[in-house]
Write a protein that binds this ligand. Structure first.
Ligand SMILES: *Cc1c(COP(=O)(O)O)cnc(C)c1O
Length: 403
């Protein structure tokens, strides 16, 4: 009998008991709105921003309603205006091009490599061709490109970089925390990311003007003085009159849930990486399957894993997905003709121009993806890898025999 896996790919861990207690406390006192403070109370939202700024090493931090909100807010705050072109990854999650559309700007998609990072040669070509002055860089599925090379290209061309760190909270490039290279960086605290408040996000930057505009955009009214990780009143002199209020504040309830998770984040990242390595070890050396090697300078967080079935026929990939699913292993295939559950490829976003991106097409045609919730044990991960390995091997042999 073939082994089967019976765990759930969508089950996260519970909120830590301290987080539950802190949330109950906020509900008891009733001051859920971040600016509703009693006496010299600082409030969970402002304290969370201070904690997250310290965690990343950023000067300023703003907590908001979602990662998507953080990205649109960051784009506006760094000066993107309607009609501007914004470069971004051809393979990312729908809220990334969505944030560009939100500000009335125009996405310009850049190729991704077999390592699932932005193709820096194509980036250079697209900067030259499009004249774009902004890049919304997505560290999609936690894969970080050579950030030193990327920043040299963008700084040299006068391109402002905003980082999407939805999958790299807690990760680093060459020892520098992910999100600390560009002008601003955005994080998500949606349930499937590295901290869980259902919905939520962060925007960090060292630039006082950018943060002042972001705080005003988030809907601070004239209460920005109650922030603990924002610049002083002088930075708001103009922003307070010239920035529209586009309500997207974090509330004290969700902030309380998140504050208990931050001190555990480093440990959680280590637990993800243990599970990632268990799956990667089990897949390595499977004929027909390419493991995505991680660069030595990258300190990733393995909250999901990807591998390539390079140049396989679509029907063979589909057969692997189906047979793994029958054995309880949920693989996502980015090469499917129609997007399932969520969209991640440039040709699903037809409100933007669909360019010719042959390299990305070839990568996505063979790209498999799997979530790694922390509710899986390392033994679960080893079992999952055995199942995938067996089904890939069977299909590869069947295809070879048939041809
Ligand atoms: C989840 C995600 C976001 C933002 O997510 P929200 O659901 O808006 O918090 C941004 N980029 C990527 C790559 C994501 O996976």
């Amino acid at each position: 009998m073939d082994e089967r896996f019976t765990g759930s790919f969508t089950q996260q861990e519970p909120i830590p008991e301290e987080g539950i207690a802190a949330a109950v406390e906020v509900m008891r006192h009733g001051r859920l709105h971040r600016y509703n403070l009693a006496g010299d109370e600082k409030g969970e939202a402002a304290l969370l921003e201070q904690d997250f700024a310290t965690f990343t090493g950023a000067t300023y931090c703003l907590a908001v309603t979602s990662g998507g909100y953080a990205m649109a807010c960051a784009l506006r705050a760094v000066g993107v205006t309607p009609g501007d072109k914004v470069l971004s990854n051809a393979f990312t999650l729908a809220p990334v091009p969505g944030a560009i559309a939100n500000v009335g700007a125009v996405p310009v998609f850049v190729e991704v490599t077999e390592g699932l990072v932005l193709d820096l040669d194509d980036l250079q070509a697209k900067i030259a061709d499009s004249g774009a002055r902004f890049l919304l860089l997505s560290h999609m599925r936690g894969h970080i490109c050579d950030m030193d090379a990327l920043m040299a290209i963008c700084d040299g061309a006068g391109v402002t970089v905003v980082e999407d760190c939805a999958h790299t909270m807690g990760a680093a490039w060459d020892g520098v925390p992910s999100g600390r290279h560009g002008k601003a960086a955005c994080y998500s605290t949606q349930t499937y990311k590295h901290m869980n408040s259902g919905e939520g996000g962060f925007l960090i930057t060292d630039d006082a003007d950018v943060m002042a505009r972001a705080v005003m955009l988030s809907g601070s009214y004239m209460l920005y003085g109650r922030h603990l990780a924002a610049p002083g009143p002088e930075a708001f002199a103009e922003a307070r009159y010239e920035t529209p209020n586009m309500s997207g504040r974090m509330d004290n309830l969700r902030a309380a849930i998140l504050r208990s998770q931050l001190p555990r984040l480093a440990d959680q990242c280590a637990r993800w990486n243990e599970r990632y390595r268990a799956i990667e070890d089990g897949l390595r050396g499977t004929t027909g399957l390419t493991v995505i090697e991680r660069p030595a300078k990258e300190t990733p967080v393995g909250s999901s894993i990807q591998f390539l079935l390079e140049d396989w026929a679509a029907a063979d990939v589909q057969a692997v997905v189906k047979r793994c699913a029958a054995r309880g292993v949920e693989l996502k295939w980015f090469g499917a003709a129609e997007p399932v559950a969520f969209t991640s490829r440039y040709d699903s976003w037809r409100y933007a121009e669909t360019p010719d991106l042959p390299r990305t097409d070839r990568v996505l045609a063979g790209l498999m993806d799997m979530r790694i919730p922390l509710t899986f044990s390392t033994e679960d991960c080893a079992l999952i890898a055995r199942i995938i390995r067996q089904e890939v091997t069977r299909q590869h042999q069947a295809a070879a025999a048939a041809s």
